[in-house]
Design a protein around this ligand. Structure first.
Ligand SMILES: [Zn+2]
Length: 317
């Protein structure tokens, strides 16, 4: 072994020092790479977890759709958010339920019903058949929207109570629903008037009496006015119907269109000699003439203080 360092030895020493130096840094590097890898893996796990959660949420939505057909919003929330209010008692004819025209005298009924026999003593409505009622009420029937049926049934109960308190109608002692033929309820998946009436009767604290049954009749939607009027004897008094004798009856339907359905149901009830029959509906359809008046009134209101226009247009009515 030589005691003298050769250039080769010197070079070897340098390499050894360099390797030792590298090894020191290698430790640091390895620790850095380890931390980086852990961060990357954690991020990857989080990303995969998010994907899994998204997939599960999508599966749940699909499941809900397949179970219920469609997703309906909560009726009470929708009603509150729409800022909708029930009509005031003097906004419509207390006899037939048509919207009151400006300055119209309703003592003997409105221009549409005065002198006509209706089959019921008076009518309580939530509003005119116009948005949002014209969207909500048919959805109870055609989309089997039970929640909206219950919500509007309760609103109608409050409206009936307000009308009775104002002395416009006799306080009802029992509720009768305009019946739907069972084949129709079965295909629709809901007996919409029954849902309305049940919620209404419960809120008023009076019994719901199955006083009427329906004969299978022509479908109302799309049927002409003449066809509806000719569709007589659609309702029959049931055995339970005898219990309405001498009582104040509230007859419930979803919409009053021509009034033919309520007239026929009222006529069938009359056979049991009730003390009075008052109709209650969610919405009443106005005649085309009344709709024209309503759109004129809306125009005046949107103009604000249009007094000059008001005196010009009032002659048209
Ligand atoms: Zn009227």
């Amino acid at each position: 072994m030589s005691k003298h360092q050769t250039p080769r030895d010197s070079m070897q020493g340098t390499v050894t020092r360099d390797i030792a130096e590298l090894r020191r840094h290698e430790g640091e590097g390895a620790r850095f790479v380890g931390t980086a890898m852990r961060v990357i893996l954690a991020a990857d796990r989080a990303r995969r977890r998010i994907e899994q959660l998204k997939q599960r949420a999508m599966m749940l939505r699909q499941l809900e759709r397949s179970l219920f057909g469609h997703r309906m919003p909560l009726a009470t929330t929708l009603i509150a958010e729409a800022g909708w209010r029930r009509d005031s008692v003097d906004a419509y004819c207390p006899r037939c339920g048509s919207s009151r025209a400006p300055f119209e005298d309703l003592l003997e009924g409105c221009g549409d019903c005065r002198g006509r026999r209706l089959g019921y003593a008076g009518l309580v409505r939530l509003g005119r058949f116009a948005p949002p009622l014209s969207q909500w009420v048919p959805a109870i029937k055609h989309r089997a929207w039970q929640g909206m049926g219950v919500a509007l049934g309760r609103e109608l109960a409050d409206q009936v109570a307000a009308a009775a308190e104002a002395g416009v109608i006799r306080p009802p002692e029992l509720v009768v629903a305009v019946p739907t033929h069972w084949t129709r309820s079965l295909t629709r998946g809901i007996d919409h008037v029954h849902v309305l009436s049940e919620a209404l009767a419960k809120r008023l604290g009076v019994p719901l009496v199955p006083a009427l049954s329906a004969r299978l009749a022509l479908h109302q939607t799309g049927a002409s006015k003449l066809a509806r009027l000719g569709n007589k004897g659609r309702y029959r008094l049931t055995g339970a119907g005898q219990s309405i004798r001498g009582r104040n009856v509230l007859l419930v339907d979803d919409v009053r269109t021509t009034g033919s359905t309520l007239r026929q149901a009222g006529k069938a009830l009359a056979a049991a000699e009730p003390l009075s029959v008052t109709a209650a509906v969610c919405a009443a359809v106005d005649s085309p003439r009344r709709n024209a008046i309503a759109s004129q009134v809306a125009q005046w209101q949107s103009r604000g203080s249009g007094h000059a226009d008001e005196t010009q247009n009032v002659d048209k009515f």
